[in-house]
Design a protein around this ligand. Sequence first.
Ligand code: MG
Ligand code: MG
Ligand code: MG
Length: 307
Amino acid sequence: MSVYVTGHKNPDTDSVTAAIAYAALLKAQGEDAIPAMQGEMNPETVTVLERFGVSAPEIMTDATGKTIALVDHSDLNQAPDNLDANNVVAIIDHHKIGDVTTNNPIFCCVKPVGCTGTVLKQLYDISGVSIDGKVAGLMLSAILSDTVNFKSPTCTDEDKKAVAELKEIAGVSDTDELFMDMLKAKSSVDGVPAKDLLNRDYKDFDMNGNKVGCGQLELATLEQVADIRDDLLNAMKEQKAAGGHHTILLMLTDVVKEGTDLLVLSDDPSIIEGAFGAKMDGDSMWVPGMMSRKKQVVPNLQKAFGC
Ligand code: MG
Ligand code: MG
Ligand code: MG
C-alpha cells in the first residue's frame, strides 16, 4: 500500500517540499510513497520547484482509504478530509502537537525548529540516506522561507546548520539571492484578488470556543499593499460573515523592517490590543518585531482568549 505524504491545507513551500523530501526518504528506505499536496501551490513554491527542476506533487484532499503521512502539521482541520486514525503512519513536523490521534504506534518526529525541512535533513542524516541535489534545494528553500531568511524568532541554530549543509549538496552559493527570488514571487500582489491574498497563507484556529482566522502576507515593503488595504478589509469582512468568526486577522509583515501591520476585524478588538500590547489605529495596529504567526501571534492570542 502506497503511503501518501501530505502537508497542510493552503500548502506553503515547506508543506509541499517536505512531502517531496519525506516521500523520497521513504522510497530510499524501500517504501512505496507518493508526495501529495492539498491544493494548488502558491507563487513562491512554483518558483522554487521551477528553479530546482522538480515537478509538482499530485493534489489529494480526501484521505478515504489511503495510508497517510503528515508533514508540517498535525491538526485535523489542516489535514485531508476523512482522515482515519487507523491510517496515519507518520508525522514529521515543527509545530505544537495538534489533535490528530492514531490507533497504532506511529513514526513521529516533531522538533521545535524553524522548518520541517530541518527535521527532515536530520532524519536523512540519522538514516544514512544521501539527499538528492534537487531535493536538497527544495529543503533549503523551505528553511529560508519558514525562517524568513533566519530573521524569524522560530529560527534555531539547527536550521542554520541544515542550510549550511544543504546549500553544498544543492550547489547553491548565495542563499540571500535565493531568498530574495522567493520573496519577490511570494509578495507579488499585482492583479491578485484580495480574497486570494487573504487566503494565500491563512489558518483558522479554535480559541476557547471562538473561531479565529489569521492570514499572513510577507512583503518586501508595506507600499506593495498601500492601494489595496480597503479591498483586503472587505475580503476579511466577507470571510468573517461567511465563517462565523469572532476575529479575523491579516498580518502584513514587512520582512525588511521586521514588523507587522496587523489588520484586525474582531467582535472585541480590545482582546487583540491586549494580546499584542498595541493600540488600534483605525482598522490596524503596527506591532514591531512581529514576524511569526506560530511563535508570536498564536500563543499571545491563546493567552488573551483564556485558552
Ligand atoms: Mg507550513
Ligand atoms: Mg513549516
Ligand atoms: Mg509558514
